[in-house]
Structure formats: C-alpha cells, structure tokens
Ligand binder design. Structure first.
Ligand SMILES: [Zn+2]
Length: 99
C-alpha cells in the first residue's frame, strides 16, 4: 500500500508548493503578485524578475545579474540548478568539498 504522503509531484520535489492563490490575467497580460509573497521574498517595486518557463509552468524569480553567490559579472559561469555560479565561487566550493 502506498502512503499518499509519500507521493510527491515534480514541483513538490523541487520545493514548490501550491499556495491556493488564483489570479486572473488582465487584458494587457498582467497579473498582480500577492503582497504576502512579495513581502516574503522581499520583492520591491521596480525589482527585476526573471521569467522561466517549462512545458506547462511559468516561474518568476528575483533577477540576480552575475554570479548567484557573489554578484560578480563574468563571461564564464557554470550553471547549477538554473543558477549562475562564477568560476571563483565554483572553485571555492570545490575546495571546501575536497577531503
Ligand atoms: Zn561568484
């Protein structure tokens, strides 16, 4: 027998959860982000948001130009779970991981 608590959707496995909030798109294609979410994620007026899309979902996240960890703008990044990491930071992580 399978416990329903053990069945997770792809979104749940990635840390996303349905908030039970439904908003309609207006005639210009806009939606309002709920204030509670803006407050929790510290999204302020005029903050840039990055739009990502999957086959059936749209993901909005705070836009952080450059390296996710240090903010440095570089020509070379490695991508880890959709986040940009500069070579200096990836090297620092690698050094910490070495036995
Ligand atoms: Zn960095």
């Amino acid at each position: 027998m399978v416990n329903s608590n053990q069945i997770k959707t792809k979104e749940e496995k990635e840390g996303m959860k349905a908030l039970g909030i439904v908003r309609k798109v207006d005639n210009l294609g806009r939606i309002v982000l709920p204030k509670e979410i803006r407050d929790t994620l510290r999204i302020d007026i005029k903050d840039p948001l990055e739009i990502l899309a999957t086959e059936d979902s749209i993901i909005l996240r705070k836009y952080v130009p450059g390296c996710t960890l240090c903010g440095e703008i570089s020509d070379n990044y490695i991508m880890v779970k959709g986040r940009r990491i500069c070579l200096n930071c990836s090297g620092a992580i690698y050094k910490k991981m070495k036995p």
